[in-house]
Design a protein around this ligand. Structure first.
Ligand code: DOR
Ligand code: ZN
Length: 349
């Protein structure tokens, strides 16, 4: 149980981020300290250019992350592999043997940023999925169909019927995380499904509905994939996150993009929240009157699902008003965090 010491202080077991994009090179060096300051560990997405498709790639990427970590910061990157049509069962075995690769990510080809090398037909991966099931290696799913005939706002719900149900029928013991869920359909599906399934929920999907993208003009910093949905879906996500159901846990999907790649005619998808993730989640949980459920969501349910120990340290959030910076340096460029220039009323100390 999170301790709410007073209405002005929250103390939590140190949380983890079960879904983050750290990128690489100078961009990674700039964003990594934000994640490491807030979280003890994070599941690091493999959608680099080129993607992290082998255990050797993941080992090299992990070394680069650890080398970029500022002195004195404790942070454990939990690595993932990018599933392709050609990922072999042996690659999964090699990944498992490293001890630091904790999951395999399914991007349906064309679903989102750097997903071109993703899976074109999951049936091609049957032997690989069998080995993952056998080894208890979780499959992390970007749950959207890529069929452009399907309305953008319906792609997650259609994915459940077309992909998730057949996948779970064929591999009932495969551990699955339905990543960054955005609909009531997905929340209900996960809450009611049998077997080893869980879901991550971002702070931005708890705080905003799709109106935010179009308020007073087009707001590219609220464009992410899966895209924000209607208010009824946001409310269903808040209910799931604050329900105490252990299947739901924190995954920011913090996705840094250079400002010029967001504020342009064809802007990239992704919201940057690594800077202020816990404060954003605390805001959402407080609005729901459920601050007492934040610790389970942020610090307990994730390790429980992944079979990892709960962290030892604690973090404290204080009620304090501060202004989110308008931008943050990222290598040679800048990025704009979610809600840039707005005030937050919780601050991690
Ligand atoms: O909004 C998103 N950004 N969704 C994703 O699935 C990928 C991510 C990114 O890598 O920028
Ligand atoms: Zn993501």
């Amino acid at each position: 149980m999170s301790t709410i010491e007073s209405p002005d202080t929250i103390t939590l077991i140190r949380p983890d981020d079960w879904h983050v994009h750290l990128r690489d090179g100078a961009h990674m060096a700039a964003v990594l300290p934000h994640t490491a300051r807030q979280f003890a560990r994070a599941i690091v997405m493999p959608n680099l250019k080129p993607p992290v498709t082998t255990a050797a790639d993941a080992a090299a990427y992990r070394d680069r992350i650890l080398a970029a970590l500022p002195q004195g910061m404790a942070f454990e990157p939990l690595m993932t592999l990018y599933l392709t049509d050609a990922t072999s069962p042996d690659e999964i075995r090699r990944a498992q043997d490293t001890g630091f690769i904790h999951a395999v990510k399914l991007y349906p080809a064309g679903a989102t940023t750097n997903s071109a090398a993703g899976v074109t037909d999951l049936r091609k991966c049957a032997r690989t999925l069998e080995v993952m099931q056998e080894l208890d290696m979780p499959l992390l799913v970007h749950g959207e169909v890529t069929d452009h005939e399907i309305d953008l706002f319906d792609r997650e719900a259609v994915f459940i019927e077309r992909v998730m149900r057949p996948l779970r029928r064929d591999f009932p013991e495969l551990k699955i995380v339905f990543e960054h869920i955005t609909t009531r359909d997905a929340a209900q599906y996960v809450a009611e499904a049998e077997g080893p399934i869980a879901a991550t929920i971002t702070a931005h999907h708890l705080l905003y509905n799709r109106n935010e993208i179009f308020k007073g003009g087009i707001n590219p910093h609220y464009y992410c994939l899966p895209v924000l949905k209607r208010e009824e879906h946001r409310l269903a996500l808040v209910t799931a996150a604050t329900s105490g159901d252990e299947r739901f846990f924190l995954g920011t999907d913090s996705a840094p993009h250079a400002v010029h790649a967001k504020e342009t005619a064809c802007g990239c998808a992704g919201c940057y929240t690594a800077l202020h993730a816990l404060e954003l989640y605390a805001t959402a949980f407080e609005q729901a009157g459920a601050l007492d459920k934040l610790e389970a969501f942020a610090s307990l349910n994730g390790p429980n699902f992944y079979g990892l120990p709960v962290n030892e340290g604690k973090v404290t959030l204080k009620r304090e008003t501060w202004t989110i910076p308008p931008s943050v340096a990222m290598g040679e460029t800048q990025l704009v965090p979610l809600d840039a220039g707005d005030q937050l009323h919780w601050k991690m100390s």
